[in-house]
Structures are given as C-alpha cells and as structure tokens.
Unconditional design. Sequence first.
Length: 364
Amino acid sequence: MSQKRLIIFIPSIEGGGVEKNLFLISDYLTKKIDNISVITISKRFKNHFNRRINFISPKLKFWDTLGRRKKFILSLFLLFFEILKNRHLTVLCFQGNIYCTLLCKLMGVTVIVRSNSAPEGWSQNLFKFLCFKYIFKLADEIIVNSQDFKKKFKKKFNLVSLCIYNPLNKKEIIKKSKIKSKLKFDKKKINLINVARFTDQKDQITLLRATKIIRDKLNFNLLIVGYGKKKNYINNYINENNLKKNVQIIPYQNNPFNLINSSDIFILTSIFEGLPNVLLEAQVLKKFIISSNCPTGPREILLNGKAGFLFKMRDHKSLAKIILKCVKNKKIMNNKIKIGYKNLDRFDYINNLNKYYQTVIKYL
C-alpha cells in the first residue's frame, strides 16, 4: 500500500512561537515525506513554507481577516472535504485540537495532536476540562513540548503523551542576530526587552507595574515587541502612568534576534506557556533571563532558577526587586547565562526534528 498523505492542520497563523516550530517541522518533514499538505486560512504566510507543500487555503484574502474562531470553523470544513476526497491520510494538528480530533475520529482518520500550551490555559471550567479529557483520549498520539507539560497531562487528564522539545536552530538565530537593527540602543542604560503577543496570557501589565517601581532607582529602557488585541490597553497604561520616557513599544518583527542581542535582560511575564521559544532564543544569544514561574516551560528551561531568575506570576514587586538585584551583581548574571547556554543541547535542532519524523512516519 502507498504511503499515506500527511495533512498539517493550523487554522490561524499569527507569527508566534507555535508558527516558528511549524515552519521548521514542516520544512524538515518535506525532506523525508513526499505528500504533505497544510490547511490554514492564513494565506499570507504561504511563502514561509517549503514549495513542495500543497497549500490548502481559501482563494480570497478576505477570509484571513476573520476572527480566530471563524477561521477554525472554516478550516474544519476544508479538512472535512479533503477527508471526503481520500481517507488514506494522517492529520498532524497544531491548533484547534479538540475540534480536529473529533472530526478525524468521526471520519475514521488518524490524528496526531501537538499541544502547545499548559492545561492551565485552556481547561479552566468543567465543560472544557471534560472535553479535553475525553476527546484527547481519541487521538492516536499526543505530542507536548516539555517534561513538566507531560507530567501535567498525566496528572490532570490521565493521558499519556510524548515529549518532543521545540527544535532550536542556533546557527540561524545567531546569524539573524548579527543583522543591524534600525533601532538604536543607549548603551549607557540597562536595556530590558520583552517579545510576546499582547494578550492576557503574556501579562505585560505586570512588567509595566514593575517599571513604575524601578524607574526612580535605575537608568533603563524597556522595549516591548509584539502585536495583539491588548495593544491599546498596554499603550493606555504607559501613557496614564507616565512611562513613555522609559518604555517603547514596536510591532511584531520577523527578526527580533538583533533586538534581543542588543539588550541586557530578557523578561517574560506569562501566566502560562508550553515551552516558550523566546527564552531559548535569548539563551542562544547569551542574554540574562528573568521569567515568571508559570506552567509550563520557564522552570524547565532555566533549570529551576540555576540559569536565570524566576518570580511568582503577576508579582510585580518581586519582579522589580529581581531586576534591581541583577544589575548590581553582574557576576551572578554571567554565571547563570553560562549555565543556561551549556544546557541547550537538549533542544538540539536535528535531534528534535528527527523525533517528529519518527513519530509521524509510524502513522503513514
């Protein structure tokens, strides 16, 4: 029998960490597997994929302006019709895991689910909890991206999952970090940076509250790089609290690595993650990291605080104290940077991409 076709399902591509992993994983799989398709509504990202991939998306650009939920529904229709044409396929799901899993199993199709963020982010009410617990069991394979995530899946849902770390292309990150940025950094100041979507999950307000405490005690700049529905709220907070002198916001960048490389301290304030790519990227560039101790990922990446500082989620006072403590002791910062960099091998690019291939090929 001929090899099954592989369909990668990702309704909405937004340019974040999930998408970076998608581009890397799909590109690697095209070198090993002949027949791969991607179903998405986000047509504008077509050029980010390998040309050998069959791109299944609505022809009209209008559909890309829809909200995320509508994109999910439309993508499920596209998947439904692809399955009707030929059921000799396997689906690798990057988004909309519950809906995609349910559709695939109702139609007798193999589905591999890649779950991207900790259960705390999507199982907060009883209905969602039950949906995830019982529908996820139908999946043929569940992939998570951190060991802590794997343990939570087992404890919370009694689900067995496979941990494959996010593939980290160190050479590419270092190469892009050397491209000069148009943005100038004042080297006389401590340069802080946060790169994340403007959402409740990323909680930039905690970071801004911390800057209110340190602004009279430290000569610093904070650069916030991102996009999202909370942008106006964040801007209003900056204006209302007279933080414009110290804080600058710029839009999402295809290459944030030169900005990270020009900064002194990377700060993550999320309330949940999976395995945040951006912390790994900061470690590659040998930047000091301060992160919320959120589920899951930061504690694992930072080796429980040995490779950076962890603070309690939403605790802006604790964050402020850590920032002030760090800049006074460069020796502590440098030691933690070295420990983090030495432990990056577990996120090896080829090793983790090959794990994806070995998992997918079992079902083709």
